[in-house]
Design a binder for this molecule. Structure first.
Ligand SMILES: [Zn+2]
Length: 282
């Protein structure tokens, strides 16, 4: 038992270094955090189960007040109170309840990290239940992934080295059956952003967000332009979009897809697009 116990002990210590485990994919030791490996070195499935049950119940009763944690987390969120994983859904007011807590590393697969308090994070139920579910953020089939929060909660959401663009999209025009085509790009396409996109199905969700939101965003923009500017022509509208984006820069940091849309129409403004927008905003 001696050597096995030492290895298990080392893995317990290692399992608490969650940031390293998630972000450094050269750490092959992460393979050993899998429940099958742990059971194999303990040579007994009951031991691990009993140990984890006792740790979980201790965590629940003594050291972890989940409602209080959510209250503090919610207070720290910027005004729009968006989910830190998708920036699409509002999280519930902490006075009314609390959101799901997602285990970044799924508890049934990686039991040791489940008692690590930064392994659990409040997330909207859509991210947690409909999209991520039990996706393994460490491995994609056999390939080791890199994973981290795409949005960091500070004063406002701060996009970590991540820009969303709609380059390559075809905007709907005046023809009735034209619904346009929305292309969602993320820059850079690095390992972190890739695993985030795949884990939370970000591409299809952002595409749906633009498809269902762009008319509202046009109305908002054109109506503001009508109030603030005299005689809007295609060129002055383009300048106005730039001003409008600046005005709401802090807010848009929380809505990366809306900002991407305004960037797109600023860049691709034509008289046809302008005419279409004026009609939408009637
Ligand atoms: Zn979400």
């Amino acid at each position: 038992m001696g050597e096995i116990t030492d290895e298990f002990y080392d893995l317990v210590l290692y399992s608490q270094k969650l940031k390293i485990i998630l972000e450094d994919n050269s750490q092959t030791i992460a393979n050993k955090l899998h429940i099958d490996y742990l059971n194999s070195i303990l040579n007994d499935t009951v031991v691990l189960k009993k140990l984890m049950e006792s740790l979980w119940s201790n965590l629940k009763t003594n050291s972890w007040d989940i409602d209080l944690h959510y209250k503090k987390f919610y207070e720290k969120l910027p005004e729009s109170k968006m989910c830190p994983f998708c920036a699409l859904q509002n999280l519930i007011d902490s006075e009314l309840g609390r959101e799901d807590y997602d285990h970044l590393l799924f508890k049934a697969k990686y039991p040791l990290t489940s008692v690590c308090d930064n392994n659990i994070a409040p997330t909207c139920s859509e991210c947690n239940r409909r999209f991520k579910k039990v996706v393994d953020v460490l491995f994609n089939d056999t390939e080791r992934r890199k994973f981290r929060y795409p949005f960091v909660v500070k004063k406002s959401f701060e996009v970590q080295n991540l820009v969303i663009t709609l380059d390559g999209s075809a905007h709907p025009d005046l023809e009735l059956d034209n619904k346009g085509e929305w292309v969602i790009n993320f820059v850079p396409e690095d390992d972190f952003n890739k695993s985030w996109f795949l884990t939370y199905d970000i591409k299809i969700r952002y595409e749906s967000c633009v498809r269902n939101g762009y008319k509202k965003w046009i109305k908002e923009l054109i109506r503001a332009a009508r109030i603030n500017e005299n005689n809007i022509n295609t060129n002055s509208l383009k300048t106005y979009i730039n001003k409008y984006k600046e005005n709401y820069k802090d807010l848009y940091a929380e809505y990366p897809i809306k900002l991407a849309y305004y960037n797109y129409i600023e860049k691709n403004m034509t008289t046809v697009l302008h005419e279409y927008m004026e009609r939408i905003a009637i």
